[in-house]
Design a protein around this ligand. Structure first.
Ligand code: SF4
Length: 314
């Protein structure tokens, strides 16, 4: 019995010209678990998702999926592997072809990946419609005939149609009304349980990540600054950025912690030392000079902040 994670990313980096969009990102996801990447817009979460799927070529680092190094695969093998990794996007209207009926939307991925016969494609489409609580008559309708929440449910069914082992969901509910977000998240979680799918879940919304994820990595300016099991990240955040994000989340209240101030700097001008220092309420001299390294703080949690060294020394 193998304990190899479904996805293992190590030292993943991506530069676009002189801009380092993602720097040295390392994490792994055990089979059937959900790993969350959280951070503000511009933190590098979506680029990381695209790197994992090899929609963007990494500058450096390795991606092992189902025990295989994706960089070592031939274009044909990579195409075949894609069947096992599907993506759900933020905007279901943009990701569903408006000229394709729901029947074609749900059968096409199976056809493209050479899975089963046309009769089986249709049976799978019917089963998936039932799983997202839609009638069979939806097969002959088109995306514009549905609401945003219904379209996202169809996009989820489409992602599941090849029976993937990994789903990468990039802000899957942020374009939806708050009233339907919970329905879509519950559906996603139920279907994940049922199919045993592993998930990389990306969101700027901490409440959504808390609901969905087993383990969480907090990203800032292209790097992971804190990572650990959900209960520790939410119960005892160690990095000032995580603390400020939590204090700034709607409904959480600031408590004694400082809310997040100012804007995330441009990736063209990453501050020296600790990238968060220009917004950090606890910054001190060392933070401008020396980059903090990720350090293990127990219970599977790690964070990159000089305060952790100072606390240990004290
Ligand atoms: Fe703040 Fe310094 Fe820690 Fe960075 S290293 S988060 S600036 S205290």
């Amino acid at each position: 019995m193998t304990s190899e994670p479904m996805l293992a990313v190590s030292g993943l980096s991506k530069s676009f010209k002189a801009v380092k969009a993602v720097r040295d990102v390392t994490f792994s996801i055990p089979r059937g678990k959900t790993f969350g990447l959280v951070g503000e817009s511009g933190s590098g979460k979506s680029t990381t998702a695209r790197l994992v799927l090899r929609l963007v070529e990494p500058t450096d680092g390795t991606i092992r999926f189902r025990g295989r190094d994706l960089a070592g695969l031939s274009p044909g093998d990579l195409r075949r592997e894609r069947r096992h990794m599907q993506m759900i996007f933020q905007d279901p209207f943009g990701s569903l072809n408006p000229r394709m009926s729901i029947r074609d939307t749900l059968t096409e991925p199976q056809l493209v990946h050479g899975i089963g016969s046309p009769a089986e494609h249709l049976r799978t489409a019917e089963r998936l419609l039932a799983e997202i609580s839609m009638p069979r008559t939806a097969l002959d309708r088109y995306p514009h005939e549905f609401s945003g929440g219904q379209r996202q449910r169809i996009a989820i069914a489409r992602a599941l149609s090849t029976n993937p082992e990994l789903i990468v969901a990039d802000e899957p509910v942020s374009a939806l009304d708050v009233s339907v977000q919970a329905q879509v998240l519950n559906l996603l979680r139920d279907l994940q349980d049922k199919h045993g799918t592993t998930m990389l879940f990306i969101s700027h919304d901490l409440r959504v990540v808390q609901f969905m994820c087993d383990e969480i990595a907090v990203m800032y300016l292209g790097e992971i600054v804190e990572q650990g099991p959900r209960e520790h990240i939410y119960g005892a955040p160690a990095h000032p950025y995580t603390q400020a994000l939590l204090a700034s989340a709607p409904g959480k209240g600031a408590g004694k912690r400082a809310r997040l101030k100012g804007e995330i700097p441009s990736a063209h001008a990453v501050p020296s030392g600790c990238a968060f220092r220009t917004r950090c309420p606890s910054a001190f001299e060392r933070c401008a000079i020396e980059k903090p390294l990720m350090r293990d703080i127990g219970n599977g949690q790690k964070a990159a902040c000089h305060l952790l060294d100072e606390a240990k020394a004290a």
